[in-house]
Design a protein around this ligand. Structure first.
Ligand code: NAD
Length: 642
């Protein structure tokens, strides 16, 4: 059958799937009601299908894919890459076939080779077919182009740009040292530019109806679902988590995005009666302005999402500074945001160090909110720096979390909970169980069961199926963890297992530490007080529940806590008395769900919470509105009726 050319205004109903690798991708998203039209600029604009672009991706969305593809088979991600042939891209509409005659291949990094070959070529040249290189006229389509080549840029005002200085840094895998990518080492000038465009974009974004902002975020959630496999794989390489946990990290981002996108249709305020007649009172949430989001490496997709998504649905604009250990994941997240239809300038990413990019963000007079997840020490620095400009500061900091195991606990269940909480993510979670407080009747059995299980855990790269424990993030972390083993021994704690760097075979290429358990730990020892942030936990024997709660609370942090017991009275006392933002009963210290507030007491933060409805308080300010329809002056507190 002869192919008709795709023209502006053609409806997009289906696609013919690729049989060849391609370097082109077109986004065409099926929507309720009328299908998108080729070249149409809709709001949101990605419903338009550009006739010229460097990369084509077709997404018909959820189950509709099966129907509209016409073949009856479910399409996978790879299927949606449409082949870029020498002559163009072919699309099939139900009942007829059409093809693009020609693809404008302008743009650095695009080659005539097929996708894989092209990526290989770019990698060798250190070049990247970046959105910035696509024709300007394509607008949002610029952000759709992706590549696995090595050079990455900042995203400022909808454009992909290098650092003003031209300087770069490298992201490498903690598992084997492989290069993940080269990123801009930005400075003050780059931050200032990003804040300026974010400030300008705020003027318009705050006026976009919140349900419409939410719709864009729903599209992001779907994109995240489609990209979950690729993001998971990238995370095992760049951050080092094992596959299941990396998938969980991405899932957390999907969950918060769906949850917060729905908030676009709520963002509830209050109406209240007035103390005066013929008067109407209400309070509404208002966006604040430019948000500076500073994130750590340990949840490289989830944590940026926990900050950006509520900030955006509330109507703020954002400059994200991700950790320098995981820039590729943050970058990919921002690319997907751009792909979902976020207008230029609303989301920006500036890569670089904490004391340069981070500190400038914190001190910038036009940044109205700083949301930081990081160590206690960084939190203190940020709080001090933000004082000068009275910037709102939201801090999610460290933890030294404890699991309490009482004599009546189900020991097997407790062992499972401890293994997961102490050694999951190689202990690099703010909620990791780095203390286990055990009533003496259960102490011996628990010790031997733990050691037996821990010694069976397999260390390895996160991307290998049988790996239980991945690497720690970098050399400094490895050295710090090892130094705490020496500290624990010096303090007189009994090393039950682990306590050394694992360097045998391929493990020597990365930063691997053997899971470590100390027993007979005194609650005041440094290994029981300080955040180690590695696969090390301390067993502390106690006499009873009172002592357990006293020891659990005897630290400066207050993030997560847990108790294993069959006694409902003990459980309720623990729920009331453990000084922590989170308490689990008969579960480990990790496993937060996005619709509940997340955060800690004491030095874990400054009283705010991430996730749940509580997050909205970080990213909005309350405005109280009084409407007097009496037609006369009524003075509150003065013109009162008897
Ligand atoms: P970190 O404090 O070293 O860095 C966090 C971020 O802050 C990074 O992006 C860093 O570049 C930036 N930064 C550093 N100094 C800065 C400065 N002076 N001004 C502005 N920004 C600065 O933390 P990390 O090593 O990336 O992460 C591990 C820490 O994060 C642990 O303490 C962990 O408990 C904590 N954490 C807390 C939570 C939570 O929700 N409470 C979650 C995850 C991690």
């Amino acid at each position: 059958m002869a192919a008709d050319p795709v023209r502006l205004g053609d409806p997009v109903r289906g696609v013919e799937l690729p049989v060849e690798p391609c370097g082109m991708e077109v986004l065409a998203e099926a929507v309720e009601g009328e299908p998108p039209l080729v070249g149409e600029e809709r709001d949101p604009p990605e419903h338009a299908l550009p006739t010229e672009c460097d990369r084509l991706r077709v997404d018909l969305g959820g189950d509709r894919r099966r129907e509209e593809d016409g073949s009856g088979r479910q399409l996978g991600l790879a299927d949606r890459a449409v082949p870029r042939q020498a002559e163009g891209v072919r699309l099939t509409h139900p009942g007829r076939r059409a093809s693009c005659d020609r693809i404008d291949r302008a743009g650095a990094g695009a080659s005539t080779a097929g996708g894989d070959e092209r990526r290989g070529g770019d990698e060798r040249q250190g070049k990247r077919a970046h959105p910035a290189s696509l024709p300007r006229s394509l607008g949002y389509a610029r952000a759709m182009a992706t590549s696995t080549a090595q050079n990455f840029q900042n995203f400022i005002g909808g454009e992909w740009v290098d650092a003003a200085s031209g300087e770069t840094f490298e992201s490498t895998s903690p598992a084997n040292g492989e290069t993940i990518g080269i990123f801009p080492r930005s400075g003050v000038e780059d931050v200032d530019r990003a804040v300026a465009v974010a400030k300008e974009a705020f003027a318009e974004w705050r006026l976009v109806p919140a349900p419409k902002r939410g719709e864009i975020l729903f599209r992001l959630a779907r994109l995240l679902e489609q990209e979950k496999g690729a993001l998971t794989d990238l995370m095992t390489h760049e951050m080092g988590k094992v596959k299941a946990e990396a998938g969980g990290d991405v899932q957390e981002a999907i969950d918060i995005t769906y949850y917060m996108a729905g908030e676009g249709r709520r963002l509830f305020g209050h109406t209240t009666p007035s103390e005066l007649r013929d008067k109407w009172n209400m309070s509404v949430r208002q966006p604040i302005g430019v948000v500076g989001a500073i994130t750590p490496w340990n949840f490289p997709v989830a944590i940026p999402s926990w900050k950006l998504i509520p900030a955006l649905v509330c109507g703020n604009t954002v400059v994200l500074k991700p950790a320098t250990d995981t820039p590729a994941l943050a970058e990919r997240f921002v690319e997907l945001l751009a792909e979902s239809g976020i207008p230029n300038g609303v989301v920006n990413i500036v890569h670089g160090g904490g004391t340069t990019v981070g500190e400038r963000l914190v001190r910038h007079p036009d940044v109205r909110v700083i949301t930081l997840t990081g160590s206690r020490e960084t939190g203190v620095e940020v709080l001090k720096a933000a004082a000068e400009t009275l910037t709102h500061v939201h801090l999610e900091l460290g933890g030294k979390n404890a699991i309490v195991v009482l004599d009546d606990a189900d020991i097997e269940l407790a062992v499972d909970g401890i293994l997961w909480s102490a050694f999951g993510t190689s202990g690099q979670r703010c909620t990791a169980a780095s203390r286990v407080i055990v009533q003496r009747g259960a102490y011996g059995a628990l010790q031997s069961a733990l050691v037996e299980h821990v010694e069976k855990l397999r260390l390895g790269p996160g991307w290998e199926d049988d790996t239980d424990i991945g690497p720690v993030i970098n050399r400094a972390a490895l050295d710090k963890i090892d130094s705490y083993t020496a500290i624990g021994k010096d303090e007189g704690a009994k090393l039950l297992t682990g306590g050394e760097i694992a360097g045998d075979g391929d493990l020597g290429k990365g930063f691997f530490y053997r899971p470590t358990i100390f027993a007979d730990v005194d609650p005041q020892m440094r290994i029981a007080q300080e955040e180690i942030f590695g696969p090390t936990t301390a067993l502390i024997p106690v006499a009873d529940l009172d002592e357990a709660i006293h020891v659990s609370n005897g630290i400066k942090y207050g993030l997560s806590s847990s108790i294993f017991t069959q006694d409902v009275n003990a459980a309720f006392r623990a729920m009331r008395d453990l000084e922590a933002g989170i308490t689990y009963v008969n579960a480990g210290t990790i496993g937060a769900e996005v619709h509940l507030p997340f955060g800690g007491t004491k030095d874990t933060g400054n009283g705010h919470r991430e996730a749940g409805q509580a997050a909205l308080d970080v990213f909005t300010e309350w405005k109280s509105i009084y409407v007097d329809y009496s037609g006369r002056l009524q003075r509150a507190q003065i013109d009162t009726e008897a």
